[in-house]
Design a protein. Structure first.
Lengths: 413, 413
């Protein structure tokens, strides 16, 4: 048995090599924000950036900002920065559009590399937008392809020579379970499959080595661990060896070989730019760079080490302090197989999470019974773990979650 | 011959019923901004809105903002507001994604209504992203469809019972020519075609009556005449009678019938929500509402009247003051057939526009030889027309545009 106390965690914070980063974010002293896996906190510098883009760039330089402030280059510049966080090379990543749209592009491009194959393999319990997008694509293509759903323990058995594309989320959005990217990629590529990784819950949460794993394509999100702001643009990675061959069908003018010649006919841009569609929301994208820049200042190894420690302490404290309240760990016990979040299942998960939020611990609920707590090492302190469990314990001990008000609310994402 | 002078235009400004709106925008006193047809000017209130979304909503309320600040409802709320500007009903318009993506959705949905037909009719000289998107779609669907390009005078002859979808831009991006939406829609629908209107250069520029014209679908832009900010989200209209039948294939979770149940399988949302894909750039979208709200305060009839007057005076002044410099009017002479811009062609159009910009008149150049000047009635004054032509005349008289520096620049959109 441990003998943790608040002072123990405060001491860990004093020794934390990442401790300076918390001050870069806007965070309340009263609240413990454990939902950075859904929407990352606001970097203080994001406000000045938004003001700059609106007032100085748009307001003053108007149309000239496209060149003067390099608005046209934002997708490439942000993509190159994200590349450094996920083990990709320059000109392999571009920041654009939303996650679902990038899934659609990646699957389409993957199918174009394997025209003779008909199966797309997905994890059925994945965050549904990936599945929905593939279902839309398959219907659009006349149901000539088959979607196979497999869960983690069925994956390898489902990967065979019929499969054109394997699309998997490395860190499961509900449980935080980490798939072995290197092993699965190798296994699937040995069987001729194209492998696409969804990094929504990976980028900025743990070290990712796309090229080290020889991944074919990847997509991901900037508004979770990269703290890019609400709905900030997603990204897509296409390995150099596939660029020019793996083409996506949403062929807007930003993906043209020469956008400003205004030719009548589409010619694909060489390289990663073909993954672009059209004009991007510049304010959202410019603000996203602030969070990405902050992440680049941190060591991803230190991030991972702290992330594992935070989740481990949280699990241990829930086990010791809340043992009688019926929580069941839904995340892997093994910290190597766990992302930067902890999922607890509980039959009354929904009202409990609402009461916990009211007690100042901001996590979220995922149907049917999962309480999710995200631990974002850039700004979550060790003492937050201690305080969060203390508050959860109070909610459970006092049974405040049984109040009818907590069953009447809308789900918060 | 006229006998205009500066005082004449200043008098028009004093009588202008829209004059109060100029003060709502950030505009330089030294510059004459005639590029609002490419990027609208910044409403002063946009800065406070950006600050509010970043600091108060994202920064303070974090994940709870999705409900508390109605982030999830932004696409519907903005869509309903845009509907009032384009003759659509509530729940027929949604604000989301970019123009090109919405073209792709609309064409896909249009084809789904006419599965037995194989031809898509476009104007070849249209802004190319519409054409590119259709070319991408046709290639993706295995070249089972044929794209026919027609120019304005060939359109009616090209519309027949083979055509599934007619997709036309009402106001031509280069020349500002206005197509007769009511007549073309009727003519095409009598032949069984689905008619899609691109309103990028119409929305906020002139009265549009989609339902009065019985249009099937439409798409458009908010960053031009609606002053939504750089790359602010586009919109898509689907007439009520087609909703539920005209489905688009980019089936992300925001377009699901029950997004928060996280079901494995896609079920299309009823109504216009099916046109949604996934999470939107919230900062860009929230800021866009400011410009849309301003436009809603103005009378579209007054906008059109002033727009026609501004473009007419500009043409007359160019004709009288710059007669010897070789400009040729590339926009319709008839003000009823002209949008809110004037295009002049000139063999040295590119360096001339660069020199004109340096002289403080911000227009833009479109290959191969078009100088575009946009007149946005909310913030362009009559005296701006006089001053702009005076400056253009000086550039031409002094031949400053012949300086080599003006041939070396990059094109500005």
């Amino acid at each position: 048995m441990h003998s943790y106390n608040k002072a123990f965690f405060e001491q860990l914070d004093r020794q934390d090599p990442l401790r300076r980063f918390r001050d870069e974010f806007v965070l309340s002293e009263d609240e413990i924000y454990l939902d950075g896996n859904s929407l990352g906190a606001q970097p203080k510098a994001a406000l000045a950036k938004a003001q700059e883009v609106v007032a100085e760039q748009w307001g003053t330089d108007l149309i000239r900002s496209w060149n003067r402030h390099h608005w046209f280059q934002l997708p490439q510049r942000l993509g190159d920065k994200i590349a450094r966080l996920i083990g990709a090379d320059q000109d392999e990543v571009i920041c654009t559009d939303g996650t679902g749209l990038n899934v659609y592009k990646a699957i389409s491009a993957g199918l174009s590399l394997r025209p003779e194959r008909r199966v797309i393999l997905l994890e059925g319990s994945n965050f549904p937008t990936d599945n929905y997008m593939v279902q839309g694509l398959v219907a659009q293509l006349g149901h000539r392809h088959e979607i196979r759903f497999a869960e983690e323990d069925e994956l390898l058995a489902a990967i065979n020579e019929e499969v054109a594309v394997v699309c998997l989320t490395q860190v499961h959005y509900k449980t935080g379970r980490v798939l072995d990217m290197a092993a699965i990629t190798r296994y699937a590529q040995e069987r001729g499959c194209v492998v696409i990784w969804d990094l929504c819950h990976s980028a900025g949460a743990l070290p990712v080595d796309l090229n080290g794993c020889h991944a074919d394509m990847a997509i991901g999100c900037t508004y979770k661990y990269l703290n890019g702001g609400p709905g900030s643009p997603a990204f897509i990675f296409v390995a150099k060896r596939h660029q020019g061959a793996a083409l996506q069908p949403l062929t807007g003018w930003w993906g043209h070989a020469a956008p400003f010649t205004f030719e009548r006919d589409y010619r694909p841009a060489p390289g990663i730019n073909q993954m672009l569609t059209g004009t991007q929301g510049i304010i959202s994208m410019a603000v996203a760079e602030v969070g990405i820049d902050l992440m680049l200042e941190a060591s991803m190894e230190q991030i991972r080490e702290k992330s594992q420690a935070l989740t481990q302490y949280f699990i241990e404290l829930i086990n010791s302090e809340c043992a009688e309240y019926g929580f069941v760990l839904a995340s892997p016990e093994d910290k190597e197989r766990r992302g930067s979040q902890v999922a607890l299942s509980h039959e009354h998960g929904y009202p409990i999470m609402q009461a916990v939020i009211d007690a100042g611990v901001i996590g979220d609920f995922r149907a049917p019974d999962i309480l999710r707590f995200g631990f974002t090492p850039l700004y979550t302190r060790y003492v937050d773990v201690w305080n969060a469990v203390s508050r959860i314990k109070k909610v459970m001990a006092r049974e405040t979650w049984r109040s009818p008000v907590y069953n009447q609310r809308h789900a918060v994402t």
